[in-house]
Write a protein that binds this ligand. Structure first.
Ligand code: ADP
Length: 529
């Protein structure tokens, strides 16, 4: 016997229908790369997306076809998300910061048929055209091209229908080793993830929310914001350029209450605020994720009355995994303890399951004791089962996916990430957390950025060195920094050497690239080695 309720497919086109019907007039503002601004709303986004499905059908593009975008955050990019999924296609958001060989690889691997791109990436597109074998149609979002393309249609059509397990979106992880790998989201997984984003501890949306997502739409589906934001009917403010002055000006003028970005975005924002005396009085909720948020960043935002959702996730988890939810006794805790909690990666929402297993023996599940660190595994309805076009599943028999992260789970379920499996530094058989060393280092006012890596040592196997970028016009010696670190980490964790550099390499999503850094220091010799 089956239950007698409606078979209402969890397809993401329902989200835009809802946004247009219930929140149709809620604005979507875009500040374009040329400095101009436009305003649209959810009703118009839906109408334009329907027109785009007609235009795609005219090109012979439909069910299951991959429709790629190479674009920053703006309203036409948003329209294209709903247009691509609306025709039954698979939206493939491509990260323009990838190396050209990676761009070559992923567009061919994805077998993209259509590419929608920003005028800013025209030179890149022209260079890549001969290498992209499957793309039949190139449409520029700017210079009136996108509008003319959809403008020829009347929008009088229906969304494609199908199974809720149909694919709707494809996102490649930049891959620290080997080729990038594609994560193929379903309508169903995306819908469940979007609804989860509506929980207060995650995006904290209500009808008054005004969100400026700094996290790009090509980075892990912009953490699901274009779906959750539509479901909640919020106002979006997009900026096609990531300049701190522009972002702060927009935040104040449009009364932005919510924002989301990786820690480096907040660093740049703080620098601009300090240099100009700007404040962000309307900001209420900041989602920080993608890499560990340093303590001073959390303190500064929290002191300014901003609720911080420090979140952990990955492209493979759609990406919501955990967020820094407030505990039941939050209001009674001293400020320092509140910051301690927020510095950890938080707790799962309903739907995500986490566990840690022994680093050397994945069969041994570790206790949630707040002490023992192990390899972090995850499972749930929006967690990957198999990479796109891969021959085998990437989960074990019980659906556990190995995240490649190392962490501790506390008795109340709070996750504390200590490293990535490939980044942990192994010294004399014991693990040193590179993340903790880095967090302690950036806590010093003269340090702009820091990265710890393991260097071969004949006795200890590996010893940590710390690579540091100083803040402009600030001075600090290696000994001073060591003394600062000694206040928060064990003595044997202290780096054997501190190297000051002008720049630390970053990957395509703006995070420090340990792989490139290790390459740079491949021939480095420790003094006592
Ligand atoms: P990429 O590897 O291309 O950057 P992702 O954006 O999917 O791809 O990165 C996911 C990884 O980012 C996680 O496995 C974890 O190592 C790291 N990460 C994400 N959020 C946090 C966080 N809050 N604290 C520390 N590390 C994080």
């Amino acid at each position: 016997m089956l239950g007698a309720m409606q078979d209402f497919d969890l397809r993401v086109t329902h989200i835009i229908d809802h946004a247009a019907r219930e929140h149709g007039a809620r604005e979507i503002v875009t500040r374009w790369a040329d400095g101009s601004e436009t305003r649209t709303n959810w009703a118009e986004v839906r109408r334009d997306a329907l027109k785009m499905t007609q235009a795609l059908r005219r090109l012979g593009v439909g069910k299951g076809d991959r429709i790629a975008t190479l674009a920053m955050n703006h309203s036409r990019h948003l329209v294209s998300w709903y247009g691509a999924v609306g025709v039954g296609g698979v939206l493939h958001t491509v990260n323009p910061r990838l190396f050209e060989d990676q761009l070559d690889y992923i567009a061919n691997h994805a077998e993209d048929q259509v590419l929608l791109y920003d005028a800013a990436f025209k030179p890149l597109v022209e260079r890549m055209k001969p290498r992209w074998k499957t793309i039949r149609h190139f449409i520029c979002f700017d210079d009136g091209e996108f509008e003319a393309w959809i403008g020829a249609e009347d929008g009088n059509t229906d969304w494609a229908t199908g199974d809720e397990r149909d694919p709707c979106m494809l996102c490649y992880t930049s891959g620290t080793t080997g080729n990038p790998k594609g994560v193929l989201y379903q309508h169903r997984s995306t819908m469940l993830h979007a609804i989860t984003g509506l929980q207060p501890s995650i995006f904290d949306f209500d009808a008054r929310a005004v969100m400026l997502p700094v996290v790009p739409m090509f980075h892990a589906a912009s953490w699901g914001l274009p779906w959750s934001g539509a479901a909640a009917g919020i106002k979006f403010v997009f900026s096609a350029v990531n300049d701190a002055a522009v972002l702060c000006e927009l935040m104040n003028r449009e009364k932005v209450t919510h924002s989301a970005g990786v820690p480096t975005v907040w660093l740049a924002t703080f620098q601009h605020m300090d240099a100009t005396g700007t404040t962000l009085p309307n900001l209420r909720h900041a989602i920080i994720g993608g890499s560990a948020a340093p303590r001073f960043m959390l303190e500064r935002l929290m002191k300014a009355g901003v609720n911080v959702a420090h979140a952990w996730g990955m492209t493979e988890t759609s990406p919501i995994g955990t967020t820094g939810a407030k505990s039941w006794d939050w209001d009674d805790l001293p400020f320092e303890r509140q910051v301690d909690i927020k510095q950890m990666q938080g707790r799962v929402p309903f739907g995500v399951e986490l566990r840690t297993v022994d680093l050397g023996d994945p069969e041994t599940v570790l206790a949630r004791d707040g002490k023992t660190s192990g390899a972090l595994q995850v499972r749930g309805p929006w967690v990957i089962k198999r990479y796109f076009q891969a021959e085998a599943d990437c989960v074990n028999a019980n659906q556990w996916f190995d995240t490649g992260d190392v962490g501790i789970i506390h008795p109340d379920g709070t996750l504390q990430l200590t490293d990535r499996t490939k980044d942990v530094i192994k010294s004399g058989g014991e693990w040193i957390s590179s993340v903790e060393l880095e967090n302690a280092a950036v806590g010093h006012p003269a340090v702009a950025e820091a990265a710890a890596i393991g260097i071969y040592h004949p006795k200890w196997d590996e010893r940590p060195i710390l690579v540091v970028v100083k803040k402009a016009a600030m001075e600090i010696s290696a000994d001073e920094l060591k003394a600062h670190l000694a206040q928060s980490v064990a003595k044997w964790w202290l780096p054997d050497a501190i190297e000051f550099v002008t720049e630390i390499p970053h990957g395509a999503t703006g995070k420090i690239s340990k792989k490139d850094l290790r390459d740079q220091f491949r021939d480095y010799k420790l003094a006592d080695a």
